[in-house]
Design a protein around this ligand. Sequence first.
Ligand SMILES: C[S@@+](CC[C@H](N)C(=O)[O-])C[C@H]1O[C@@H](n2cnc3c(N)ncnc32)[C@H](O)[C@@H]1O
Length: 374
Amino acid sequence: MPPKNLPTIWNAPPHTIAKIEMLRAYLVAWFQILGRSRRGQDLLYVDGFAGPGEYSNYPTGSPLGALSAAKQALELTGSQWIAGKIHCAFIEADIDRINHLVQKIESVEHGSNIETHWYRDEFTSGLQKVMAEVPRPFTAQHPLFVFIDPFGATGVPFSIVKQLLSSPCSEVLLNLDADGIGRIFHAGEHAAHEQNLNAIFDGDEWKTLLNTNDPSPVLHRKVLQLYKAKLRSIPKVQYVFAFEMRTSAYALNYYLVFASQHPLGLEKMKEAMRKIDQSGNYCFSDAKVVQNSLFRFDEPQQHSLDLYNHFRAKRATYDELRDHALNESPFPNPKSMLRDLEVKRNLIEEVKSKDSRRRKGTFNEEKLIYVKFR
Ligand SMILES: C[S@@+](CC[C@H](N)C(=O)[O-])C[C@H]1O[C@@H](n2cnc3c(N)ncnc32)[C@H](O)[C@@H]1O
């Protein structure tokens, strides 16, 4: 449920803190990789639903997390930094929250390489202002990362997400409130469902997919599957993954959906998720199947048979295996699943490698030519 009548700052539940830590861990990697490779280009981070910058029980909201990631990346990169400036743009509709956020931002020293922009505005109109102020990530190759973290299901038309992801070096991390979308669907005309769902999904495919008799978990997964399919239909957006965040094994909170044109982005996002793995107070699920399956990052056997079934009796290159692992498993690469299939299950017929002394169970992407499955 979108929280109603929350004060300017409020208490963060554990999964919110985990989300911010994950974002921060990812951005440290993102800023560093691009800072070392994008000579002269500015990097832009946009926080579309920025919040007040802190919680009553936690000092760091997503904007402060992003700023500290930027600072850390600049320190870690040192003289290898060849990109231009880091721009961090924060959009927040609530006047008290944006004022609180601005105070927080101004109380911290960021250094001359980080430029902050803030807008008291709705996401969609605020974004137009960001585009006018820092245009090149939207029109040229300059890198763009957009965090979209609304309360509830509305306020993020898919047409905007599509526009963002059509920039050549852009990525989006989005909090998809499948439960809220389900409630709009059930409420029908009372919730202007046609208009809202058409905007969320950029079309009316939801009409044939969603069913009022669907139990909630099924409805949530269908919402996610449709959303992912829409993201994957954007040209060049080949890497899409969703993590389900729950406060307990059974209660859905939301899906965190990541979309990128580049495998390295999804690889690093999974590493960031792994770093802040299940603390006991919240959990990740891969949100892939209808069952409520939680996963552990150290149990490849849960997913290796999926990989095998996909490639059964076929040959696959490392890139094909990596793309499957990225999009269909929680792992950043296929190696642990391949090891399980070769060593424990004997389901690999041949591994063709440039390394004639390859050890069984090892899969070096530089040397691998193909894997043939039984
Ligand atoms: C989930 S909170 C954001 C939390 C923040 N991203 C964090 O991780 O610390 C959502 C925020 O969006 C703001 N908001 C609500 N509707 C908005 C809109 N249409 N555009 C921009 N901000 C909005 C709310 O006031 C609230 O502060």
